[in-house]
Write a protein that binds this ligand. Structure first.
Ligand code: CA
Length: 430
């Protein structure tokens, strides 16, 4: 963010703090105080960050980082070369503090991650990298469909790696914000990559938080788990597909993957099921069976070991029994919806079908091709969505809301089937 925008943000936070002191209800005041404290802390960080003296503060911090890094085996030459032109990045601090504007429904999340394009792409890659995947299955014992599904969800098979320079993002977060100790560790891990020569510094780009490469590993994860799987002597998860696939497989194995076992499967619950659920509320298959849980085709439960029951949209939506291998996928990014996307994509790559139970909505989500069509149709009708890239950002959501208003629908900015159908209908042409 620019300094001017930073100061606007700071002023808004102060206004909110004042509002909190005026709030009469104790509970509202307490909630606002928490929110304001967070805002003021950020505002303070940004104000400091934007002050003319911040360049000096940052330079002092980098000098301190140099002392720490060189004490831990980074040579002065490596550090000075890598960090010479590194400046702090206000956008990264802002991103670190941003909360999601709203929760995306699970059916939208999965519709975007497991769509026809990603399934077709994944099958083509299973073909192309078949020999490497055979080696990975033999060495790490992890199912090839899951390895490729991780690749597809993490980086769209290497297409989307992130664009921010890791050294800059991690130096920024090492010197300001709430998790400096954590990010100092990640910066050190990045400097070790540079020093090893495994990946060129200019190729070390990624998300604002430092996830990078085709596997989107954090640098410390890279240090622990990346492997050289093409045998060229370098662990390069940015440029080498075999290294990326081998590294993901190694990650899953280390996270406890059990060879030959499924992650889980969709199940059928008895009508009005109100029993236990949750990934960690494990029970034996006999216990689940006693509660009336069956495979989706009505047959008896199968599998090895205790299982948890996932009901991501409540008992009326799709339900899944999940085993230990689901936890291994979960370990990759610590979100159940994310793990379910990988698990389901893996099943689809293997030739499995879509979930049998519909999501509890009358307005399902859109795949990326449909999202692009929605954006193109909005553009044709004069709504500004930026580029039709299939990514539903703030601009597209605003355009959807404007379109909804124009046809007399309560605006919510959500990209779903209903708004796409309205856009496809010539009767609604303005
Ligand atoms: Ca390699």
């Amino acid at each position: 963010m620019s300094c001017r925008r930073g100061h606007e943000y700071a002023r808004a936070a102060v206004r909110e703090a004042i509002r909190s002191t005026l709030a009469r209800s104790a509970s509202i005041a307490a909630a606002l105080r928490r929110s304001a404290a967070r805002g003021v802390a950020t505002a303070a960080a940004i104000s400091v960050f934007c002050a003319p003296a911040y360049a000096e503060t940052f330079a002092r911090c980098v000098a301190e980082l140099r002392t720490i890094a060189t004490a831990k085996g980074i040579t002065p030459l490596t550090f000075d070369t890598a960090m010479a032109a590194v400046e702090s990045d206000g956008d990264v601090l802002k991103a670190a503090d941003d909360q999601p504007e709203f929760t995306i429904p699970i059916w939208d999340y999965l519709a975007g991650l497991v769509d026809d394009e990603r399934i077709a792409d994944g099958r083509a890659r299973l073909d192309k990298w078949s020999a490497v995947l055979t080696d990975a299955e033999q060495k790490f014992g992890v199912d090839r469909h899951v390895i490729v599904a991780v690749w597809g969800v993490e980086s769209d098979y290497g297409r989307v790696l992130g664009k921010r320079a890791l050294l800059r993002s991690l130096a920024t977060l090492s010197c300001a914000g709430r998790r400096q100790a954590f990010f100092r560790g990640e910066l050190l891990a990045t400097l070790r990559i540079v020093q090893s020569g495994d990946i060129a510094p200019e190729a070390l780009v990624g998300s604002w938080a430092g996830a990078f490469g085709q596997t989107q590993f954090m640098p410390s994860t890279y240090q622990r788990l990346a492997v050289d799987f093409d045998g060229d002597g370098r662990r390069d998860i940015v440029a080498s597909v075999p290294d990326a696939l081998g590294s993901s497989a190694n990650y899953l194995r280390r996270a406890g993957w059990v060879t030959g076992q499924p992650w889980g499967y969709e199940v059928r619950l008895p009508t009005s099921y109100a029993g236990p659920s949750g990934r960690r509320a494990r029970q034996t298959l006999a216990q689940w069976s006693d509660l009336g849980v069956r495979q989706i085709d009505g047959s008896a439960l199968s599998g090895v070991g205790p299982a948890g029951l996932l009901v991501p949209a409540g008992a009326k939506g799709p339900a899944f029994l999940v085993f230990r291998n689901f936890d291994a996928i979960f370990a990759y990014n610590a979100a159940e919806s994310y793990a379910l996307a990988i698990a389901h994509l893996a099943d689809r790559l293997r030739g499995g079908s879509a979930f049998q139970t519909p999501w509890p909505t009358d307005d399902p989500g859109l795949g990326r091709a449909e999202r692009r069509e929605l954006q193109q149709r909005l553009t044709e009708r004069g709504f500004d969505i930026g580029t039709a890239d299939g990514i539903i950002g703030a601009k597209t959501r605003a355009a959807i809301s404007a379109f909804q208003t124009s046809i007399g629908v309560t605006p919510n900015g959500r990209a779903g089937q209903r708004v796409l159908r309205a856009l496809q209908s010539p009767g609604d042409q303005r």
